[in-house]
Design a protein around this ligand. Structure first.
Ligand code: NOJ
Length: 535
């Protein structure tokens, strides 16, 4: 069954265009490459794809530095290729979301070039955040960019401009009505081309306050906001609510207007998901109030340990919070900004957790390659591309590991991804992980995802929320077992290194590892695995 509206419990497959499939041998994935693999994506059983940026860009930050938000970068193809991709996806029954990046432009955008020329006090500079230096020549405040180094860069006449990310990504000034109306043109442009919605980058960052105020620990908050930087959770979660530049109330006004725009495309069920990691977590619910956006990303599982207590809290809280505004949660185990889940918690654990999460109410985001159980790539420093690596002078390796191209076929790297030299190296160790190998192996991670997504559609979509089950041996949130019931399905995740026997009968639908011993009303769940049982 499909959920209604389509996005409510959709599984959405994130494609990082540069890493998906290269159709022209230049070593980088492109739109034609994606289109040629859409049947693969459809066979996986997802409802929609989300494309990370493919717009005109100098590509200093993997395309999140947009020089023209209404055109395609030649490295990815052209607008006709984008249209074709959308049409083919639709003909295969899949929706298409594109990424929009309204917090900043690239410094190569015509507006920023004009601002540099026009000088202080000009209307051109008022589209960004330009300020004079302090009397001693230092920047207007002490904030540290999320990619390391100061958040301010000085231009020739001595003014500074704000960039929460790379210096090539000047933040836009959303107090300026010109910015808002230009962005509306961008949204309409892609809607007219046929997309079904948007993933909104840094959705919580558009409105700035306190621009002339220092923070007591600017480096701390910058690190805390980065999922690729490991940090004591207590320190991280104490710092996060103090971030001064995200989640200001003014952003909601913007999304109310966007919602009206989306709804004006009647019958199209346009949706938008906010990338907004906000603290305390209850603040996330504001983005999905009925007159705002449709979904907000849930970041909790991206750095969650494979621990029952932690997962129990995250799942319970996420469902309850979203329920308070009549929304459903979203779930993601990996994305292009965080270490891949198989590297972070282990391959077997990642399979168990995926099977658990795919049973939950709400929408699931799957990052391309996650369905293959890919670990992070092994990247020599000489091949690194992430601005984080350069801005921190190599102290932080950055996010390239999660962005290594997909292995499609063959026995050696680059495994059919390109006929040229891949932009990030693939390792020969991925020989058993190719789509070709996994497609014919019934026990592969790829087939686990395929089967789970089919069963999810058949038995779980639209079946309401979960009920936690108390296990006779282990209690509701024991160290070793998490169990829930949803509709007619019981889902058990054994997190321990030993098999666990539970009183349980019914039809075993799927398991993430090993074999399940079932007799006399009991089932033995293999170590580190999840099972679904139908009653
Ligand atoms: C979040 C995106 O996911 C990330 O890749 C990007 O670097 C920043 N926003 C800045 O746009």
């Amino acid at each position: 069954m499909k959920s209604s509206p389509w996005w409510k419990e959709a599984t959405i497959y994130q494609i990082y265009p540069r890493s998906f499939f290269d159709s022209n041998g230049d070593g980088e994935g492109d739109l034609k490459g994606i289109t040629s693999k859409l049947e693969y994506v459809q066979e996986l059983g997802v409802d929609a794809i989300w494309l990370s940026p493919f717009y005109t860009s100098p590509n200093k930050d993997g395309g999140y530095d947009v020089a023209d938000p209404r055109d395609v970068d030649p490295r990815f193809g052209d607008l006709a290729d984008a249209k074709k991709l959308i049409d083919v996806a639709h003909s295969l029954g899949m929706k298409v979301l594109v990424d929009v990046v309204p917090n900043h432009f690239s410094d190569q955008h015509v507006w920023f070039q004009q601002a540099l020329k026009a000088g202080r006090g000009s209307a051109e500079r008022a589209r960004f955040h330009f300020y004079d230096a302090n009397d001693d020549g230092t920047p207007p405040n002490n904030w540290i960019s999320l990619f390391g180094g100061p958040s301010w860069t000085q231009v020739e006449d001595g003014q500074y401009y704000l960039h929460l990310f790379d210096s090539s990504q000047p933040d836009l000034n959303w107090e300026n009505p010109e910015v808002a109306s230009d962005y509306e043109v961008t949204l309409r442009f892609w809607l007219e081309l046929g997309v079904d919605g948007f993933r909104i980058d840094v959705a919580h960052g558009l409105v700035k306050e306190n621009l002339l105020t220092n923070h007591p620990d600017p480096q701390g908050i910058s690190d805390a906001l980065r999922l690729d930087v490991s940090m004591d959770p207590e320190i991280r979660y104490a710092l996060l609510p103090t971030v001064p530049y995200f989640d200001r109330q003014g952003v909601h006004e913007i999304y109310r207007k966007w919602r009206k725009l989306f709804d004006s495309y009647q019958d199209r069920e346009i949706m938008a998901v906010a990338e907004a990691w906000v603290h305390p977590p209850v603040n996330a619910t504001r983005y999905v109030r009925p007159d705002e956006l449709h979904q907000v990303f849930n970041f909790d599982l991206l750095d969650a340990p494979f621990k029952a207590d932690f997962l129990y809290e995250v799942v319970t809280r996420s469902i309850e919070l979203m329920d308070s505004v009549g929304a459903l949660p979203t779930w993601a185990l990996s994305n292009h900004d965080s270490p891949r889940v198989a590297s972070r918690i282990g391959e077997v654990q990642a399979r168990a957790l995926a099977l658990f999460v795919l049973a939950l109410p709400g929408s699931c985001y799957v990052f391309a390659g996650q369905e293959l159980g890919l670990p992070d790539g092994e990247i020599p420093d000489s091949s690194r591309q992430d601005p984080i690596y350069f801005r921190t002078k190599g102290a932080q390796k950055g996010r390239d590991g999660a962005r290594v191209p997909l292995p499609w076929s063959g026995e050696a790297a680059p495994f059919g991804f390109t006929s040229g030299k891949p932009w990030l190296p693939l390792t020969d160790k991925w020989k058993e992980l190719t789509v070709e190998k996994q497609s014919v192996d019934p026990k592969s991670t790829l087939n686990l995802y395929r089967t789970a997504l089919k069963l999810r559609a058949d038995h779980l979509i639209s079946q309401g929320s979960i009920t936690w089950l108390e296990s006779p041996h282990h209690g509701m949130k024991s160290e070793s077992l998490l169990a829930v019931r949803r509709g007619n399905v019981s889902i058990y995740m054994n997190l321990s290194e030993s098999p666990v026997e539970v009183e349980l009968s019914g039809k075993l639908l799927i398991m993430s590892a090993g074999t399940v011993d079932a007799r006399d009303g009991k089932m033995t769940i293999p170590a580190i695995s999840t099972i679904w049982v139908h009653h």
